[in-house]
Write a protein that binds this ligand. Structure first.
Ligand SMILES: O=C(O)c1ccccc1NCC(=O)[C@H](O)[C@H](O)COP(=O)(O)O
Length: 209
């Protein structure tokens, strides 16, 4: 089956169009002010409106409050990706919109937390754990040991994230069997600046898998 790919942290029409043209199944919009990829709600609405219906629009949040969610959902999101969220809060949000939970992974023990989200999420995104005190819980180009996922039974549909790029994504898919991959800084020329050539190369590499 074709591996799906999400290009996360898009902020411009040009990079959105590139992702769509090269076959991204999902695009991600970040709503987290400390991030270099943070979007205003009007910007997000313009991008979401431009993306075709077959491309899923995913809003990325760090434990958002209801006011933040209300404003972002009005931009036209298909699902939300939640970082640093509890199962109870994820379940409450899921009553309004499909939920992806980003699970921060460094060791095998971190994978066990996925089970707690079985009734609270629609998808688990296995992402690299960022260092204690880091400004961002994702989007830092860090990867975890992919072999940890070998023998792990994800309780939900899942995706692999963290430190992927055009050169390593095929190997990551081979090692983990990931049905879906997610990338942000691996297709950038600088933090928050997406690179159209890298987006195209990443999606071409995924399409060859
Ligand atoms: O990308 C951000 O700036 C961000 C900010 C706050 C929470 C999550 C964020 N990104 C999450 C993502 O979905 C990234 O695509 C994922 O962590 C992978 O990032 P990267 O290792 O840079 O490819």
């Amino acid at each position: 089956m074709r591996v799906q790919a999400k290009i996360c942290g898009l902020t411009t029409f040009e990079t959105l169009d590139t992702a769509v043209r090269h076959g991204a199944s999902h695009v991600g919009f970040v709503f987290f002010p400390p991030s270099p990829r943070n979007l205003g709600f009007d910007q997000a609405r313009a991008l979401a409106t431009r993306a075709p219906a077959h491309v899923q629009k995913i809003g990325v949040f760090v434990d958002p409050d209801d006011a933040m969610l209300d404003a972002a959902l009005a931009a036209g999101l298909d699902a939300v990706q939640l970082h640093k969220v509890t199962p109870d809060r994820a379940a409450a949000i899921r009553r309004r919109v499909p939920v992806w939970v980003a699970l921060a992974v460094k060791t095998a023990a971190d994978l066990r937390a996925a089970a707690g989200f079985q009734a609270a999420a629609d998808r688990i995104l296995y992402d690299a754990k960022t260092p204690e005190g880091a400004a961002l819980p994702g989007g830092m180009g860090l990867r975890f040991d992919w072999t940890l996922l070998q023998g792990h039974r994800p309780p939900l549909p899942w995706a692999l994230s963290g430190g992927l790029d055009p050169d390593n994504v095929a190997e990551a898919i081979r090692v983990t069997g990931a049905p879906q991959v997610d990338v942000s800084s691996g297709v950038e020329s600088a933090p928050g600046v997406k690179d159209v050539a890298k987006i195209a190369a990443f999606l071409q590499a995924v399409a060859r898998c």
